[in-house]
Design a protein around this ligand. Structure first.
Ligand SMILES: [Fe+2]
Length: 303
């Protein structure tokens, strides 16, 4: 990727997907242009165009209202899983200190996990930001992950920061939106998700040549803080039930640094119907459960 330039490869994938999935991309775009308000209302909302409750600005928004539709149920059902599986050895490991707690049957067992992310309150800001009806990722990353970040599970002493512990921009689409819900309180001891707003990230990417040919994908703190002020970074350390909306393709971010106080969070990945990678072509899509009586909007998001 470094040799050809990440930005060039993403552009090529976008062009290919626009051609290969033309009908679907057009359907999502046309629905956004002509039927959005009707789709949101039919999905259980009202008045979203006039006064959206949440607005993603400069690549991010944080909702601290604790009142989003379905949040109580989500916290309750996810809390059950934390009590059952948190702090234990588990097979689905990305890193020893970073793991997904979801079992395949969970999506059926805990309906609040999909209901929360497909409510009109969540879909309105995501759709307005992406300017198309989004889709919940069915390939990489999984559209729903329930992450435990816990340094205590790593049998090895912590080494130098690596992988997702370093600043980077995500590559699977651009723009895209992650919705991150804190299932337990997060403090500075939890290795919180930390990010730069899109405007700061654009300035940094330009100064660093990031995503251009011959440049590294990940950026150390030393490199980053040579071109921006560390005070420009935003730390997502908030109480349980706080929700972050973030375009991680435009906002540099890192996380999972020395999470000695375990961090539990739901991570939902929304993309457009036309991604910047080839995963739709080469991977079998994850089949989300869809019911006959689901709204047209929910079906478009999950199909
Ligand atoms: Fe990332």
């Amino acid at each position: 990727m470094k040799r050809y330039g990440i930005r060039n490869l993403m552009r090529a994938a976008k062009l290919y997907n626009r051609w290969r999935y033309y009908e679907r991309v057009k359907r999502h775009h046309d629905a956004y242009e002509t039927q959005l308000e009707q789709l949101l209302v039919e999905n259980g909302g009202s008045g979203f165009d006039a006064n959206p409750k949440i607005v993603i600005n400069d690549g991010w928004a944080i909702d601290t209202s604790q009142s989003l539709s379905g949040l109580d149920r989500l916290l309750h059902e996810a809390g059950e899983v934390v009590r059952e599986r948190g702090g234990k050895i588990h097979s689905d490991i990305q890193q020893p200190y970073f793991r997904n707690l979801i079992f395949p049957e969970d999506i059926h067992k805990y309906p609040s996990w999909l209901d929360f992310i497909t409510s009109s309150e969540i879909l309105a800001p995501v759709t307005h930001y992406l300017k198309t009806i989004p889709v919940l990722s069915k390939t990489r990353p999984p559209g729903i992950r329930f992450m435990e970040l816990n340094q205590n599970l790593d049998p090895n002493p912590p080494g130098a920061f690596a992988e997702s512990q370093l600043y980077h921009l995500d590559l699977h689409d651009r723009p895209l939106v992650y919705v991150i819900v804190l299932i337990e309180d997060v403090t500075s001891e939890s290795g919180p998700w930390t990010f730069l707003p899109a405007s700061v990230s654009a300035r940094a990417a330009e100064a660093l040549g990031n995503q251009k040919r011959g440049h590294n994908y990940r950026v150390t703190d030393e490199e980053m803080y040579r071109v921006i002020d560390p005070k420009e970074a935003i730390v997502f350390a908030y109480p349980k039930g706080t929700v972050l909306f973030i375009d991680s393709s435009r906002c540099f971010h890192y996380g999972s640094r020395r999470s000695y106080k375990p961090r539990f969070q739901m991570m939902y990945a929304y993309t457009s119907a036309c991604r910047c990678d080839f995963s739709q072509t080469f991977m079998r899509p994850y089949p989300y459960p869809i019911k006959e009586q689901d709204s047209a909007l929910r079906k478009m998001v999950l199909e």
